[in-house]
Design a protein around this ligand. Structure first.
Ligand code: COA
Length: 196
């Protein structure tokens, strides 16, 4: 099993941080930029703009953890972790979306790292990653984390066994959050300077 400390995120072409509730618009714009194949792979079937707008408006709720990948300050990929039920649920579902130009650069793998870490720190023991059977790329990144892939009709459900939080895993998430916060502030400042 690989964890965040074993992956070198410096190789990905941007930065990863958690999305805030107020970033639904950026999330919506990212989902709308997905090409039709990626959109279908992300949602399991073709979906229209109306569906995506409604989805994005509700996606950044208090129970979800959504990591975003930013290149030049623009959200280009996201990983959603959505626990089933309230309180401290042991099961959650995860979903990933990487815009076409950023696919195959390690972004999805880095987002899966962060998602597993967030799940571990919240006591989630099983993460379901539902993807179409033909989605070899998603299966390839899930296999890196020893996900046990089980085939159901035309879907693949990946279950990642989790052992629960440790002081080290909690510290890794805090450090990543601190770094993400600092990066977000720098992004805002550099955009303000560019428009000034
Ligand atoms: C699936 C997805 C999340 C993967 O993210 P990504 O950033 O492209 O993935 P990475 O670059 O981290 O890794 C891709 C891996 O797949 C492998 N791969 C690429 N094409 C492949 C193929 N046709 N068959 C098998 N493996 C393939 C790559 O070699 C790489 O593995 P490696 O790191 O061992 O070399 C992304 O492509 C995406 O968002 N697709 C559209 C939406 C989607 O399918 N979401 C998943 C369902 S929720």
């Amino acid at each position: 099993m690989r964890w965040l400390d074993e992956r070198d995120e410096s190789e990905i072409p941007g930065t990863i941080r958690k999305l805030w509730i107020g970033e639904a618009k950026s999330f919506r714009e990212h989902l709308l930029r997905l090409d039709s194949d990626s959109r279908r792979s992300r949602f399991g079937s073709p979906v229209n703009e109306f569906f995506i707008s409604n989805y994005a408006a509700r996606a950044l709720g208090p129970n979800s953890v959504v990591h975003g990948f930013f290149a030049d300050g623009i959200l280009r990929a996201a990983a959603e972790l959505r626990p089933f039920g309230r309180g401290f649920p042991a099961e959650a579902e995860a979903a990933f979306s990487v815009e076409q130009d950023y696919q195959n650069h390690g972004v999805g793998s880095a987002l899966l790292d962060r998602t597993i870490l967030a799940a571990k720190n919240r006591g989630v023991r099983t993460i379901y990653m539902s993807c179409l059977a033909e989605n070899r790329r998603m299966q390839a990144i899930a296999k890196k984390y020893e996900a046990d892939l089980r085939f159901e009709a035309d879907e693949v459900v990946g279950e990642v066994a989790n052992t629960g939080p440790t002081p080290l895993s909690l510290m890794r998430e805090w450090i990543a959050d601190g770094h993400g916060y600092a990066t977000a502030i720098l992004d805002v400042q550099s955009r303000m300077l560019r428009t000034a």
